[in-house]
Design a protein around this ligand. Sequence first.
Ligand code: SF4
Length: 490
Amino acid sequence: MAINLQTPEVEIRENRLNSVLSYQGSAKDLCAKSAQRLLPCRDNSFNQCGDCSAQRAFLHIAQIRDTAVVNHGPIGCAGDFAIFNAQFRGGCRSKGYPVENIRALSTNLQERDTVYGGGEKLAETIREAYRRFHPKAIFVNTSCASGIIGDDIDGVVDAAEKELGIPIVPIYCEGFKSQVWTTGFDAAFHGILRKIVKPPKEKRADLITIFNFVNEDVFTPLLAKIGLKAKCLVVHSSIEELERISEAAATSHICETLGTYIAKGLEQEYGVPEIKSPPPFGFAWTDAWLREIGKITHKEKEVEALIQSEREHVEQELAELRKKLEGKTAYIVAGASFGHSILSMARDLGIEVVGITGFHHDQRFDNEDDRINSLKNAITCAGDIQNYHVCNKQPYQLINIIRALKPDLLLARHDNMVILGTKLGIPSVYVDDANLAVGYAGVINTGRKIIQVMQTKNFIKNIAKHVKFPYTDWWYQQDPFAFQRGELGE
Ligand code: SF4
């Protein structure tokens, strides 16, 4: 399925990947239904909470070092500036860059602008961003309000580009457009592919581009052992580095949900191959990932030697961790594909996974290759997973799911899910820095963290004693998906 870079707007996941937001059953059943695209993406009858594509787009583009972002919306849509500013500053410090703030402005659309249009305000704010920050590029993030009033963003952006002489990149990420908030990742990458990436001037046969979040660069030391270089993107990169990603030997990512759109785009437009394997979490998946890199870079022998030495290095500690974790059960809560990566590590640590909740599910991937079919890889790794759920983080559902299964542990990718698990009295592990979980050492890091969290068991039980949830006993007796199936009415 080709990506269309001629249109300014990304095609949303519901249409492009047949994504769904609600499912209850088993992993094998979901996989079989997905292969035939049998599941419709229905509106939930109500949502207790939600998230927004614009935030997912902003996360990436605002943390490029020499850029600026103009958020074209009411000031409320800029609520995430503070979160990502703190994240950006922390990352600058740990990576040795000058510690700076993100460069983001809001057009602060008001009621009056929704009647007379916000185009002039947008043009002025783009000029102001240029005057204050002298960026190499400016991204313009849209919002629900700018989408509803139908501002001519392309017209303003084209005029500003001529006036200022730098790329001005519209990112169409209105929150209402897609119910799948990760569409925002695709919207950001769509803009980068259309207006930032340039055709290669040279080919760099030793460079692997890795799309990830704000985390530690564990890829550089690992790949250096076989004479390769890694470049982690997009956060903390520069516009020049992004312009040149077409020159890499291959593209990889830490998660299919995050990276398949840009990987597909680079393969389609510039012939940069995507690493067609599961991401490097857990022993077998890391083996497969390294072997695929070895094949592309003609370093098969070096890769085999690396696999052997890295495995030997952690063998003893892995055995100790497995002993300590023997008999433990866990429930996993994470955004779609990353839950499968946690599963892969949990299996290596000898933990029994009693179920998974993914925040959405893509019935297909941009690069239709079964080697990157995340759910299929999870089934190969762990067999069928009973209690497989897709639920966009609704606490009222998750509470009933987790209470019924009573796992010893909750393994979660998002901090708010860790809070939920803790309130339920379950030791909950926050897999926040995905990169520290990468590779063979990553399994050990994750195992150590789990042991640490388990030591807080009594403390967590004590917290749970003092928590009062707003749900009635009636709700606790209901099937968590009864509303979705329309059994309990609207
Ligand atoms: S873009 Fe829409 S959903 Fe996102 S923060 Fe603004 S108003 Fe809310």
